[in-house]
Write a protein that binds this ligand. Structure first.
Ligand code: CA
Length: 247
C-alpha cells in the first residue's frame, strides 16, 4: 500500500468503478441490452423509456452520465438535453441517435451534449467514449481514499484497516467508499441507497442497516461506542474522521 503511485493502469481503472448512468431510450431491446452490458462493466444503470421519464429521473437522481436518445415519445431528446443541462450542469450527456444530419449534431452539441454517437454503433466504442467522458472527472478524484487507518482503492476495489486487508462484499465496499468520499458528514440512508443501489431495486432502509452492521463487525467496531461508523439516529451515518485528518 505505502508508496502506491498513480500509474496509468490505475487511472484507467478508476473510471470503471461504480458510476451511475441513466439510459433514456424508447427502443426497449436496445435499452435493455445496453443496460446489461454496462452493468457487466460495473456501472449502476437505470432506464427511462420516454423523454418525460428521462427528464424526471435525471432531475431527481444524481447521475454521472446520461445516454440520451433524440427521437423519444412524450418529450423530445433535444428538449430533455436542454432541461438537464440547465438543472444538472455537472452531469455528462452522451447523445445516441439515428439522426445523422450534421445540423442535428450541431444542435445537440450546442444544447450542451458532451458527445454524440450515431446508430448503429458498436458497444465497445460506446463504452470507450463513456470512459473518455468520465475520465474528465479524474483530476478531482483521488485514487486512494484514506480516513484514519482505513484505506480504500476504488480502482482495485480493495480496502484495508491498517495493514490488514478487509474482505468486503460488493455492497459493503460501495457503502464504505461512499462514506469515505464524505468523511465527517452525515450521510442519510436514502443517499446511500441512491448511490449504491440501482433505481429498480426494491429496497428497504433495513438492508442498509444490515450492511452497516456487517461492516462494523469487520472493523471490530460497535454501534454503542463507535470508532469508525457512527449512527445518527433518524438521519443516517457518519464516518468518524480522526482529528489529525481534519482540514
Ligand atoms: Ca428512439
Amino acid at each position: 500500500m505505502d508508496g502506491h503511485l498513480l500509474s496509468s493502469s490505475t487511472i484507467w481503472n478508476v473510471v470503471v468503478r461504480k458510476m451511475r448512468i441513466l439510459i433514456v431510450e424508447d427502443e426497449l431491446d436496445l435499452a435493455n441490452a445496453l443496460a446489461r452490458g454496462l452493468r457487466q462493466k460495473g456501472y449502476a444503470v437505470d432506464i427511462a423509456v420516454n423523454g418525460e421519464e428521462g427528464w424526471e429521473l435525471g432531475e431527481t437522481n444524481d447521475y454521472d452520465l446520461t445516454i440520451l436518445d433524440l427521437n423519444l415519445p412524450k418529450l423530445d431528446g433535444l428538449e430533455v438535453c436542454k432541461r438537464l443541462r440547465s438543472s444538472k450542469p455537472e452531469m455528462l450527456i452522451l447523445m445516441l441517435t439515428a439522426r445523422i444530419r450534421l445540423e442535428d449534431k450541431i444542435v445537440g452539441l450546442d444544447l450542451g451534449a458532451d458527445d454524440y454517437m450515431v446508430k448503429p454503433f458498436h458497444f465497445e466504442e460506446l463504452t470507450a467514449r463513456i470512459r473518455a467522458l468520465l475520465r474528465r472527472d479524474l483530476r478531482v478524484r483521488e485514487p486512494i481514499l484514506c480516513t484514519g487507518d482505513l484505506k480504500v482503492d476504488p480502482a482495485s476495489r480493495i480496502a484495508w484497516q491498517g495493514k490488514r486487508r478487509l474482505e468486503l462484499t460488493t455492497k459493503e465496499f460501495a457503502i464504505l467508499e461512499y462514506l469515505m468520499r464524505h468523511p465527517g458528514e452525515v450521510v442519510s440512508q436514502e443517499e446511500l441507497i441512491e448511490h449504491v443501489w440501482n433505481e429498480d431495486v426494491n429496497l428497504f432502509t433495513a438492508s442498509v442497516r444490515v450492511h452497516i452492521h456487517s461492516l462494523r463487525r469487520k472493523f471490530g467496531d460497535s454501534a454503542d461506542c463507535p470508532q469508525y461508523i457512527e449512527t445518527i439516529t433518524g438521519i443516517g451515518y457518519r464516518l468518524i474522521e480522526p482529528e489529525g485528518d481534519r482540514p
